[in-house]
Ligand binder design. Sequence first.
Ligand code: NAD
Length: 647
Amino acid sequence: MPVVSIAREGNVAVVTIDNPPVNALSQAVRQGLLDAVTALDADPAVVAVVLQCAGRTFVAGADVSEFGKPPQEPHLPDVVSAIENTARPWIAAIHGSALGGGFELALACRFRLALADASVGLPEVTLGIVPGAGGTVRTIRLAGVEAAVDLVTTGKPVRAGRALELGLIDEVVDADLLEAAVALAKDLPNRTLPEPLPQRPAPVADDAFWTDAEARITKRARGEIAPLRALACLRRATESDFVTAMTFERATFLELRAGPQASALRHVFFAERAAPKPAALSGVPALPLRTAAVIGGGTMGAGIAAALRDAGLPVILIERDEAAVARGIANLSDIFAGAVKRGRLTDAAAEARIAGVAGSTDYAALADVDLVIEAVFEDLAVKRDVFAKLGRICRTDAILATNTSYLDPREIAEGLANPARFIGLHFFSPANVMKLLEIVPTPETGDATLASAFALARMLGKIPVRSGICEGFIGNRILKRYRAEAEALVRQGHAIASIDAAMRHYGFAMGPFEAQDLGGLDIAFLQREGARAAGRNVPETLGDTLVRAGRKGQKSGGGWYDYNVGDRRPLPSDEVARLLCLDPATAVEADLGSIADRLVGAMADEGATILSEGIAEKSSDIDLVEIHGYGFPRWRGGPMFQAASDH
Ligand code: NAD
C-alpha cells in the first residue's frame, strides 16, 4: 500500500495519507503528496481535492526518525506551497490531531473541516524550533496577531471549537467527516472561494504590542530561545511580504534545528518516549490495577490519592484515627478545590473525585484491593508495622508499595510473606502534579510487580525512572551533592544571592538556597540528625547551623535569607552572615556562568557515579529525574546531557 493514495468520488479526488501510527510527514509522504498534486492538476475531470488521513489521526507531526538529520527532499515548504498553488482547491478533513507540519499542511488547503474532538496546533517550540513550513506566516493571517502569538509561542494545541472561533478552521463536523468534505467539494462551484492566504493582508500590531509580548515571553521562557524566535517570525510576518516572511521563518527553523537547545529537547523527547516502556520488561504482563489504597493522608498520601483519583481509580484512604481520616479527606478536598479554582476541574468533577475516596481506620477494608501505596511517617518501625498488617490482610497478589524517601526498602519489606509483590514507588511533592516517579525494586521484587509499577506510571501520566537502592535513590542523592557543592561555594566566599542568581540565570525557577527556604531546611536537618544519632559520621552543614539557630526557612521567618512579613522576596541576612562567619564585603567575584557550570558539573559527576554503580540504568534516566523532579531546565537536556556535550 502506498503511503499516499488517490481515490475518486465523482469529480472529487480523495487523497489519503496512510502512514501508521500517526501519519507522520516522512519523506515518502511528502513525495506522495507532491506526486498527487502533479497528477491531479493534470486531470481536467477533477474539480476539487479532499485531503484526509487513515487511522486514528490526521498528520500529527514530523517523522521523529528524521529528527536531527539533514532535511531530505522534497522539503515540506515546497509540498505545502504546491498544494496552496494547485489549480484545484484542496480541502483538509481533520480528525485526531493536526500538529506541527500536519497543521501546516492543512493551512495550505483552501478549506479546513474538523471533527469536534479534533485538535490543531504548532508545538514546534517544545522541540526548540519554530514552524518551518509557513506555520507562523499563515496562522497570523487566519487568526490575527494575539491568537497567533499565543498559539505559536506556547506550542499548545487548541480544540476544533476554539480553532473555529479563531478562524483556523472553517467548519466543525459532527457526523461523517469524509462525507461532509466531499459534499463541500461538490458544492464549491456554487461558492466564492476564499482568497489564498498569500494574497490576504497580514494583520498589524504596534511596537508596544511586540515589546510587551517579548517581555512576557522572555520571563516565561527563562533562557529558552525558541518562543522568542517564534515571536520574531510572527512579527516579520506582519511587517514584510509573504515570501520574505516565509524565507525568514525557514531560515530561523534551520538555524534552531541545528542548535544546542533543539538537540537537548530532542534528547529529552526521546528519553521521555522510552521511559514508560523499558525494553527489559517487554512481554512481562502487568497485573490489573482497578482499585487502590493509600496509607497515610498527609502531604504525600493525599497527593498520591489525588493522582490515583485523577486516573479514575477508586481509593481507600487509611489513617491512624478518625480525626486523621478527616484531615486526610480535607487535604484531598483542598487539592481538588485548588484544581477547580485554577479552572482544571469542574465542581461536579471535583465532587466525583472526592466521592470515589473511602476514608477508614480499618485495614480490613483492604482485603480486596489491587494496589496499596504506603505514605506514613518516615520511620522504619512505623512502616514495618503497616506492612505486617498489609501482609496479613491484602490478597497475596496485591502490590504493596512504599513511598519512602530515604529508608532502605529491603528493610521495610523484611518479614513480608511474598516479598515479590513489594516495591518502592517514590512520588514527588505535590504528587498529583509532579511528573517523576522513581520506581525502586528490591532484589526480591517480581517482574510482574515491576511491570505493574510501570503500568501504573502510564495510567497516572507519570515519567517513570527505575532506581537501584542507595541513600536518596537517584534524585535526592544528586540533590544532596548539589547542595553540598553550593555550600562549598559559600565557604569559598561566594555570596549566597549570587549562587541563587546563577542557577536562575541557568534556567531553574529558583536557586538552591531559595528553594530550601521555600521547602524548609528542617527536613534534611532532621534526617542528618537521625543518621548522627544512629552513630554515622555526618559532617555539620551550614544548613544545620542555621536550623540550630531557629532558621528553618520561610515558615520560621527566615532561613538562608530574611523575609519581611507577608513577602516572599529573599533579603540578604546579616544574621546568616554572622552565624556562618561570612564577610559580604569580601565576597568572591565570579561570573554566573562559571558558578552554574560548577554546580551542574557536580550533579553530573554524582550522576556518573550513580551510573557506574548501576543505580541508574541509563544516563538519560538521570536527566529525566532532574528535569521532572528537580526543575532542571528542560531545554538544557539535563546534567548528563550537558556533561556529554561539553566534551
Ligand atoms: P506527613 O507527615 O505529611 O504524613 C504522614 C501521614 O501518615 C500522617 O497524616 C499520619 O497521620 C499518617 N500515619 C502515620 N502513621 C500511620 C499509620 N500507622 N497508619 C496510617 N497512617 C499513618 O508526611 P509526608 O510528607 O506525606 O511523607 C510521607 C512519606 O512520604 C514519608 O515516607 C516521606 O519520606 C515520603 N516522601 C515525602 C516527600 C515530601 O516531599 N514530603 C516526598 C517523597 C516521599
